[in-house]
Design a protein around this ligand. Structure first.
Ligand code: N58
Length: 387
């Protein structure tokens, strides 16, 4: 039953919680829920389109939740690219800061995701080409803003019936250690350097000698380190592309160690120059203890794929993050030569991440969030909305 509330808003119950939304949004239907929030599909009467509305779960219950909510709002406000989820609207029924309890994020509704699509059908190479091209364009944009996704997987690639793809981050559930343990999708797309990190091999607590230098050299190293951090998404993109070609996940590890073993069966055990770059002695010892295996030829592994497709995989699935291609470089490879419209491969305006490393009291996070809600301006056209 719909109840009238603040002028222009009405109340409705969704899954036993009250949603208070502007009149323009109709036919709310729950499409997903988790510890961090609930998502409904709705009809936007003003735009004449289907939208997704996310209501965060008690965003101001703690400093951590508030910071997370603030970060998501800021990130979504910044994203203006057709292959990345963008914000169409953000609203709250509250008119004063001290009454702010909930707020809602509105984005274009995407019917399915790559995970579901791959379960239903095998993709032709033409579709693989189009989907991977869009994924890399989106990734180039995100990376150009200095943002690392860190959880790129088929379920985070939303797809509409026209095969148009947008990168998003559902992040509705907690990603605790338990979610990364065992035979789980959540880990299959993670880069080897990330898995090594989880094994607590690199957590020595003291700065690595690589960082104890100064001046120009220091700057160059930081830059190198930053690009290597972005490379975690390229690894994931490589795993996703491989899965599109194979029709099944490439590295289905049953635990952390098994995952690394699965990876090295294909990449081969690393060369000495990779091992010396590892931060921890334990990681070095572990890798050195493994029986040496040579790198597999990807052309025989992906025998049905064209050599241009395999060439992309060869450059993304490299064990050493410093050697992996960047998203921008992949777009220049022959596999994508049919596409390659420079205007679509645009870069983002710089994104200010200083708040990500800031500790603030709860009421300050709330105040900043309220300001971000009030200063939101809807995008002018569909390109800007990333609709
Ligand atoms: O995607 C997000 N949040 C988000 C995106 C990003 C990147 C990609 C810019 C890095 N970071 N974060 C935190 N939120 C979100 C995703 C999916 C839904 C709601 C919110 S649900 C949905 C959206 C569209 N169609 C159907 C369902």
């Amino acid at each position: 039953m719909a109840v009238r509330s603040r002028t222009g808003y009405y109340q409705q119950e969704v899954n036993r919680t009250a949603w208070e939304v502007p009149e323009r949004y109709r036919d709310l239907k729950q499409v997903g829920t988790g510890a961090y929030g609930t998502v409904c599909s709705a009809w936007d009467r003003r735009m004449g389109t289907q939208v997704a509305i996310k209501k965060l779960h008690r965003p101001f219950q703690s400093k951590l939740f508030a910071k997370r909510a603030y970060r998501e709002l800021r990130l979504l406000k910044h994203m203006k690219h057709e292959n990345v989820i963008g914000l169409m609207d953000v609203f709250t029924a509250e008119i004063a800061l001290d009454r702010l309890r909930d707020f809602y994020l509105v984005m274009p509704f995407m019917g399915t995701d790559l995970g579901k699509l791959m379960k239903l059908e095998r993709l032709s190479e033409d579709r693989v080409q189009f989907l991977v091209y869009q994924m890399l364009k989106g990734l180039k944009y995100i990376h150009s803003a200095g943002i690392i996704h860190r959880d790129l997987k088929p379920g985070n690639l939303a797809i509409n019936p026209d095969c148009e793809l947008k990168i998003l981050d559902f992040g509705l559930a907690r990603q605790a250690d338990a979610e990364m343990t065992g035979y789980v999708v959540t880990r299959w797309y993670r880069a080897p350097e990330v898995i090594l990190n989880w094994m607590h091999y690199t957590q020595t607590g003291k700065p690595s000698s690589r960082f104890v230098s100064s001046g120009v050299e220091e700057k160059a190293k930081r830059k190198l380190t930053f690009f290597s951090l972005l490379a975690v998404d390229i690894w994931s993109a490589g795993c996703i592309m491989a899965e599109m070609v194979l029709g099944k996940p490439l590295f289905k590890g049953s635990d952390h160690l098994d995952q690394l073993r699965e990876i090295m069966k294909i990449t081969g055990t690393p060369a000495a120059d990779f091992v010396v770059k590892l931060h921890s002695q334990d990681a070095k010892n572990y890798i050195r203890s493994l029986p040496k295996v040579p790198k597999k030829d990807l052309h025989s592994l992906f025998s049905k794929a064209s050599s241009n497709a395999v060439c992309v995989l060869e450059k993304m699935l490299l064990l050493d993050p410093e050697r992996r291609v960047s998203a921008s470089e992949t777009l220049d490879l022959p596999f994508f030569s049919e596409y390659g419209e420079a205007e679509e491969e645009s870069e983002a305006l710089p994104y200010d991440q200083t708040m990500d490393n800031t500790d603030l009291p709860l009421d300050q996070w709330k105040r900043h969030t309220f300001t971000e809600i009030l200063t939101f301006r809807p995008p002018r056209d569909s390109k800007e909305t990333s609709l």
